[in-house]
Design a protein around this ligand. Structure first.
Ligand code: ZN
Length: 263
């Protein structure tokens, strides 16, 4: 079973506008047209059995629609659309309960797009609710190409969440901190946190990443591409080329994801 834990899709009527705009802004050629059907077809071609689709509410008013759409996508076997809450939404905690009741497995938080620091007091009720509800919380981690001058999600900030919410199913995307690999290595490797491997191909030396992988909890590493911004086939090949022990490879490419999502 091969699962990509970090991908993005958009509603069909938006994808045609949003993808070219984001592509131009980031300078990245997208690997899908951003629709559900094209993304699933490409993933199947690349040998994937399923994926997690991550959504981000960039304003409080978007929560409802995003989460309703995610619930619909989840009728497709092995495809898991996550929900989203906005830190400024007065009903964020209530919305987390609704997310849970709709069978959605988790939420994506983006400290740059949603303008919050991981260790802000106003975030505590949101973390607490997610922990109590057993929802997975995945965060963009490290720098973001679109925001070169600021970093709301430095790897060390995750320690604050881990210390205060030890039962929270916490995932740091981009291997703990995009382009902040030294900090990720120092603060997060070997700790009780899931790391996804998105946006490491071409950005992180394979040998270095292998050394870090081998020092982390084998049950807490998740194959991910950030499709359409990363290529899932390349993300998978990146792991295969590390020549890791077979059981570890199996865990990284799908077993850990399935256990976290369905276990
Ligand atoms: Zn992403």
């Amino acid at each position: 079973m091969i699962i990509d834990f970090h991908t993005h899709i958009f509603p069909d009527k938006l994808a045609g506008k949003v993808i070219p705009m984001l592509a131009e802004r980031s300078g990245i050629t997208p690997n899908s047209d951003g629709t559900f059907s094209d993304t699933c077809a490409k993933l199947a071609e690349w040998g994937f059995d399923g994926a997690v689709f991550l959504n981000i509410a960039t304003a409080p008013r978007q929560q409802n629609t995003i989460n309703n759409t995610a619930a619909e996508i989840n009728n497709n076997k092995n495809y898991f659309a996550f929900g989203s809450v906005h830190p400024d939404a007065e009903d964020a905690v209530q919305e987390l309960r609704r997310i849970k009741s709709m069978g959605i497995k988790g939420v994506k938080m983006h400290p740059e797009y949603q303008e919050f620091y991981l260790d802000e007091k106003r975030m505590l009720p949101i973390y607490e609710a997610a922990q109590d509800l057993g929802l997975i919380m995945i965060f963009h981690a490290g720098c973001d190409r679109g925001y070169p001058d600021i970093c709301h999600a430095a790897p060390d900030k995750f320690l604050y969440i881990m210390k205060n919410f030890p039962r929270l199913k916490l995932v740091a995307a981009h291997f703990g901190g995009w382009s902040a690999w030294d900090m990720s290595d120092y603060f997060l490797i070997g700790k009780d946190i899931y790391l996804d491997t998105s946006m490491t191909v071409g950005y992180m030396d394979r040998e270095r990443m292998k050394k870090m992988l081998l020092r982390h909890d084998p049950d807490k590493i998740l194959l991910a591409s950030d499709c359409p911004w990363g290529n899932p086939a390349e993300a998978l090949d990146h792991i295969y080329r590390m020549d890791l022990p077979d059981d570890l490879t199996e865990k990284i490419i799908g077993k850990n994801a399935l256990t976290l999502l369905c276990g």
